[in-house]
Design a protein around this ligand. Sequence first.
Ligand code: SF4
Length: 662
Amino acid sequence: MKRSWIETFSESIGLISKISDRPDWSEEFAMEGPRELYKYPEPSEWDDFMELDSQSWPEKKERHYSIVPTTCFNCESACGLLAYIDKDTNEVRKFEGNPHHPGSRGRNCAKGPATINQINDTERILYPLKRKSERGSGEWVRITWDQALDEISEKIAASLKKSKEKVVYHVGRPGHEGYAERVLKAWGVDGHNSHTNICSAGARTGYALWHKYDRPSPDHTNAEVILLASSHLETGHYFNPHAQRIMEGMMKGAKLIVIDPRLSNTASMADEWMPTYPGSESAVFMSMAKIIIDEEMYDRHYMENWVNWDEYLKNLHPNDPVEFDQFIKRLNEEWAEYTPEYAAKEAQIDAEQIVRVARIVGKAGSKLSTHVWRGASIGNLGGWQVARTLHLLNVLTGSVGTEGGTSPSEWNKFHPKFFDTPPSPDAWNELAWPKEYTLNHYEMSQILPHLIKDGRGSMDVYFTRVFNPVWTFPDGFSWIEMLSDAEKVGCHIALTPTWNETAFFADYVLPMGHASERHDLNSYETQSGVWIAFRQPVLREKARRDGKEVEFTYEVNPGEVWEEDEFWIELSWRIDKDGDLGIRKHFMSPYRKGEKINIDEYYQYIFENTNGLPETAEKEGLTPLEYMRKFGAYLVDSEVYVKNEDSISDDVMNSATVKENG
Ligand code: SF4
């Protein structure tokens, strides 16, 4: 191993020792291609990991850590984190990546380890607060969780006795698998609202129209061509997990094409950067599609088998012969206007580049991974066509669900089995789903204040969770107007880890934990394969390792910071004091008859019913819950390809029926 002169000097006078004895990792692990992390504490050391305290140097002061896995909550990717808890002080001193997390594999972006700044934020809310005077006056009084639960549950119970549409939960960042939806169903309300319609609804619509599932799951690692639209990776959602796989693909020779007006970090690394005029992306994709058809680069076998070309001919050209070649002929006619020159004019880029890129895409065949999420698909009128036309390129090249291609999201997503599944509500909330917006994909949350102003309804109890429309929505003052009107919004409860402009207009501000202070189950389609990860309150797990009993997570978190999971159980229990609202039955322990479920049992049930997890845990001498507490994540399925070719069993076929609409 090469040493600097200062290392050589320090070694010679004994200031540092044994550099020359260190293994030469640089040769053993030359960076010639993607590889796994090789330096991190082994799980066998996680109960007591020793590290020298860097700040005490040159004194060799030992620090002993209890290392507990959890997941990051600073974007949706839910990358794995390891919390290093000082065994002397019981403080979390730092976060690093969890190598056992199948999505992030030990890596994080800068926001992951920065979780330490959030938990030590001196401005954070540490106790439940209640408004003292006028809403929005900024005067608060500290209350107990008991008081908050009692008062809020009474308001909800009163509302539920009158209506199933006046309790609303409006979420900014969910970060869990179906937890809140289950709670709302248990209450019998149509009360879910989300920010999706100013975020990903455009892209979702485009994908849903292709195959129902409304997200793409690109297999960048194995792709030969990676095509990203509006693609600083952060706008693509799975920032770090995708970034590392795009790099892997490129290290194996994949070409990167980025369509983005901005020279983003990703665009700066691309083989082809297409700085298209915003809103012109669909024209460029249609032009590429035309070139792929014209130059016969399409995957005939895939299209013949998986595209409903025969129905297209029968319905739009009933006098045509129902033959695949006739379908291609009709596509040629229909797409005649999408010449490279037309697209080049729309996009204000060179026609030659469009032709060149179309040929690269066409030659990728089944190894074309593509992705669009926000940006172009939501920032322009008709943006949903960006996702629709981008996925058309996957269909033409036969790269849907293939190794190195792009799969429907659901193939790579885990769905937990719950201990209890309440029925869907017998209600329709017009404030979320106004009937005149028949094609909306997700709730029309962006017009909520306007619907209320138009007299379309009101809310008795309104929860905002990690959601700050006063600041982030274009018309923040409309939200202030709505939230200031106690006639329209009877009670506003902000569930938030930090102060924000929307919480300022709340009646109750309830502090909820950051990544390392709460339970959640995560699973995202970051790659080919299905994984789950366990976000857990790390000081609670540390207390358990120390043999201490903890009933509620706020007992170990800073101040009285709590978590939504336990809050919803306790709130639901109190809403239905006598059990006559039919809510309590959905919160009964599956293990202790007639008693209220606790959070350990909630996750115990899910993990016991996760494919393969009980067997894997048993090999480690652990229960499924203990396994997830220890490792923080589990790979349910390592490779998921061409599920469309899975055969269907006779049992399923025999019990299937065809609906009237086919
Ligand atoms: S990419 Fe991963 S580490 Fe970065 S913010 Fe998102 S979840 Fe956290």
